[in-house]
Design a protein around this ligand. Structure first.
Ligand code: GFB
Length: 431
């Protein structure tokens, strides 16, 4: 039995002092494995997401995989290895090296660990002694699509539809993209066609499958087991942002937007498990926050994207309605577009977060995106961009903090949409 291999000290319980005196097998980061008998080998689940996907869809895939690990935990000592961040299409600041970024840069790993055991990839290398993965399972759809036009859950080992992203080298191991770790490799590779929820992988991983480390690539192919239900919200609540990023956002709120947790009624508990807020209990700071997604959304002329003038008009309507003077704009727009938006809003105080050099260097484009999300999450009123997962994650953050859904689930009407365009579906938090 391996006790407390992943859990936090506060959540571990050891029956006797004698337990504590047993061998410490290894130490990795803040986690200790205490050996108190013959060890069941720890098994590692690694995963990866299609290269083209953005930051906030990747956060959603984490939730699907985390719930799979929670299921696997019922049958063994499984730990989720967090895929290092990097090489994201939208992270364009040229002066930065944005690769091999650990999760702790963006997220509170201790909070993640309160839901399921997780470790960084570097810890996996330390624990196992090398960056070697036993088995890659490459997920893909079914070549033939839905049979008889019917969607059903299924999973089968199949030939790869696309040329495999991993190649066998002279040494007989599989090489490919392992988050920028050139020494990493896998010992075996196969493709699985899958149509279904994350839990469909559980029997595959548990029955007649001896690989200790399994790497599920194209994790976005599997769906949430329980979208919008308790399990969804529990894992979502565990995805707290790293404290250093929250602190930067809080300082900006206080200095520019007269917003503090005490005044806004958004004080958080140390442990997310102890936090259950009534909808409407949070008031938020005296500002409106807008997430205005531009860049590829605007270039592709998506119907959900408003012109800057139209966005400003919609902001003004909400400012008047809620008697607010300050606007915080989170956006990926270039400077000249932000200036144009300011001109349209010249009667109001418009703020956006511009990171000092040190913040950008330390926390990269992903960290700045999180600071923007955090500030948006604390506004009295929020309006986002339709179909943007960046906005969706802000909706969720606000639900966790206790905002009324009507102050959250709002979006801009795009350039070719009517003024009363359909607003985002409301997903109420459940505990
Ligand atoms: O997060 P994300 O997947 O959201 O991608 P969508 C957008 C990325 O652009 C973010 C930057 O991760 C940030 O790096 N970004 C966008 C921002 N808005 C802001 C902002 O307000 N502040 C800051 N600092 N950065 C997906 C795309 O975008 O939409 C997919 O990733 C696909 O490729 C899909 O196109 C339809 O969901 O908005």
């Amino acid at each position: 039995l391996v006790l407390c291999s992943h859990c936090l000290k506060t959540e571990c319980s050891l029956d006797t002092e004698a337990d504590l005196s047993d061998d410490i097998v290894f130490q990795s980061g803040s986690h200790q494995t205490l050996k108190v008998g013959p060890a069941i080998p720890r098994r590692y689940l690694l995963y990866h997401v299609n290269h083209g996907e953005g930051f906030n869809l990747r956060r959603d895939v984490y939730m699907r995989i985390a719930n799979l690990v929670q299921r696997l935990q019922q049958d063994g000592d499984w730990v989720l290895v967090l895929p290092p961040w990097g090489r994201l299409y939208h992270w364009r600041t040229r002066s930065l090296e944005q690769i091999r970024i650990p999760w702790a840069t963006f997220f509170d790993v201790e909070s993640l660990n309160r839901y399921i055991p997780v470790i960084e990839f570097e810890d996996f290398i330390k624990e196992t002694g090398q960056a070697a993965i036993d088995q890659i399972l490459y997920l893909q759809a079914y070549k033939e699509g839905w049979t008889n036009g019917k969607w059903e859950e299924k999973i089968d080992e199949r030939e790869c539809i696309e040329p495999p992203a991993y190649r066998l080298d002279e040494a007989g191991v599989f090489r490919g993209w392992f988050w920028g770790y050139p020494d990493a490799y896998a010992k075996a590779f196969k493709c699985l066609s899958v149509q279904g929820m994350a839990r469909i992988l559980a029997p595959v991983l548990l029955n007649n499958f001896t690989a200790r480390s399994v790497f599920v690539d194209r994790g976005e192919e599997i769906l949430h087991d329980y979208y919008g239900q308790v399990q969804y919200w529990t894992v979502r609540r565990s995805m707290r942002f790293a404290k250093h990023l929250r602190d930067i956002g809080d300082e900006f709120r206080e200095s520019k937007l007269e917003s503090t947790d005490e005044k806004d009624k958004t004080v958080m508990t140390d442990n997310w498990r102890d936090m259950e807020r009534k909808p409407g209990s949070a008031i938020g700071g005296p500002y409106l926050a807008a997430h205005l997604r531009r860049e590829d959304f605007a270039r592709n002329n998506r119907k959900e994207v408003p012109t800057l003038e139209r966005a400003a008009d919609q902001i003004k309507v909400a400012l008047k309605k809620y008697k607010l003077e300050k606007v915080f704009v989170a956006t990926d727009a270039p400077k000249h577009e932000i200036e144009e938006l300011r001109r349209h809003l010249q009667d109001y105080q418009v703020y956006n977060y511009v990171p000092p050099k040190g913040v950008l260097e330390n926390f990269k484009d992903g960290g700045v995106a999180i600071i923007d999300q955090w500030i948006c999450a604390h506004a009295r009123y929020f309006i986002g961009t339709g179909v943007s997962t960046f906005s969706f994650r802000i909706h969720e953050e606000r639900q966790i903090l206790g905002f009324d859904t009507k102050m959250t689930y709002n979006r801009f009407c795009g350039h070719s949409e009517p003024e009363d365009c359909e607003q985002p579906s409301v997903w109420k938090i459940v505990y």
